[in-house]
Design a protein around this ligand. Structure first.
Ligand SMILES: Nc1ncnc2c1ncn2[C@@H]1O[C@H](COP(=O)(O)OP(=O)(O)OP(=O)(O)O)[C@@H](O)[C@H]1O
Ligand SMILES: [Mg+2]
Length: 351
């Protein structure tokens, strides 16, 4: 466990030393803009988008934890809450035993060098007027202030080399538009890793990349994980990608976790009809794969007014009366495998 300064030490809470990140009952409601009329319509209560609504998970050191779910399910919001780029409405985020939400901004800045975010769109993430060298030097100048200019330049060249931009000197003075999309994503990764973080939140890191380079980028991320002892929170809506890179996965629906467990376990024995539907939509060359449902029809409902009971019930092919009345509890039905569905027992494998 890393040493903290005295002020941060006071925020240390007891956790399993194995856990790098603990997220407990995390809630984020975004108030809807448009004040007066909305307030009258909702009888004085300002309506809110319930983007994240009571999410709990833990990531062990060295693990790749995936967050999956359709668009709007709250994946990116969770990523930002973890880095405290958004303030949660409620809940806890504990990083390396430190309760982040109790930290003052200056202490948070110090911790932030240990956590980095990689976005999906490298063009948006890179300033077109900055050379690649400058882009990577920027975080280094803030977080590696003990290095002098020459040492920093060497650190930038080293990380360029490690992400496969060789020879690194050839790329240092180029601008983002002068390299390919796949190379730009390598630069975004290099910029995140130059400060040697422990946790990387990767938000759809390969979604914008050409199909031909996606698996190369995933392999690069796995290689970097080994070399830098990284832990990933890997956000994706693509379950095939999640299967390739993740150790464990959580499936989100309308801001709630519906299923969580080791990737092999969840893919082999999906216990939630939503997970089953997502998996059924993934093309797999295995004709023996169990398929119980089709991809649910319709769109995700409005997160300002989510359905009562189980949020998924209007789209669930198996829904019964209780599903619209009572929110299902999260239950561990197989070792390390949790699910929030009243009828999940139906999908347990027969002994
Ligand atoms: N800054 C914001 N202000 C208001 N609402 C927001 C804000 N950010 C996200 N939301 C809303 O919160 C919900 C969750 O959004 P989020 O971006 O976390 O979803 P996502 O799972 O990452 O989706 P995608 O796969 O499309 O990236 C959506 O309904 C979105 O419109
Ligand atoms: Mg997103």
């Amino acid at each position: 466990m890393a040493k903290l300064n005295e002020k941060n030490e006071a925020q240390r809470v007891a956790t399993d030393g194995q856990d790098l990140l603990v997220v407990q009952n995390l809630v984020k409601y975004f108030p809807v803009q448009g004040g007066l009329i909305a307030s009258i319509l909702h009888k004085g209560k300002i309506p809110a988008v319930k983007a994240v609504d009571g999410v709990t998970f833990t990531i062990k050191r060295g693990e790749v934890f995936g967050l999956a779910g359709e668009s709007g399910s709250g994946k990116s919001t969770i990523g930002r809450l973890v880095l405290r780029l958004y303030e949660p409405t409620r809940g806890k985020v504990i990083f390396d035993g430190i309760d982040l939400l109790k930290l003052k901004p200056e202490d948070m800045r110090h911790i932030r060098s240990r956590m980095q975010l990689v976005f999906q769109d490298p063009l948006a993430a890179l300033n077109p007027r900055m050379t690649i060298g400058q882009a990577i030097d920027n975080p280094a100048a803030i977080h590696l202030s003990h290095l002098n200019a020459d040492e920093r330049r060497q650190a930038v060249l080293d990380i360029l080399h490690q992400v496969g931009m060789n020879p690194p000197e050839a790329y240092y003075n180029l601008y983002p538009h002068q390299i390919s999309g796949g190379q730009r994503q390598r630069i975004v990764l290099a910029r995140a890793l130059v400060t040697h973080p422990e946790l990387v939140v990767a938000d759809e890191p390969i979604a914008m990349a050409d199909v031909s380079v996606r698996s190369i980028l995933l392999d690069l991320m796995l290689k970097m994980k080994q070399e830098f002892n990284l832990t990933y929170l890997f956000i994706t809506h693509d379950l095939a990608t999640a299967k390739y890179i993740c150790d464990r996965i959580g499936v989100l629906y309308l801001g709630k976790m519906c299923e969580m467990g080791e990737v092999g376990e969840v893919y082999e024995y999906p216990l939630h009809p939503y997970t089953q539907a997502l998996l059924a939509a993934v093309p797999v060359p295995d004709p023996k794969r169990r398929r119980t449902t089709k991809m649910p029809e319709g769109e995700i409902p409005n997160p300002i007014n989510p359905p009562t009971g189980c949020h998924f019930h209007p789209r669930c092919p198996l829904a019964q009366a209780i599903c619209s009345q009572k929110e299902p509890e999260i239950r561990e039905l197989r070792p390390g495998h949790t699910v929030a569905c009243h009828f999940a027992e139906n999908f347990l494998p027969k002994e």
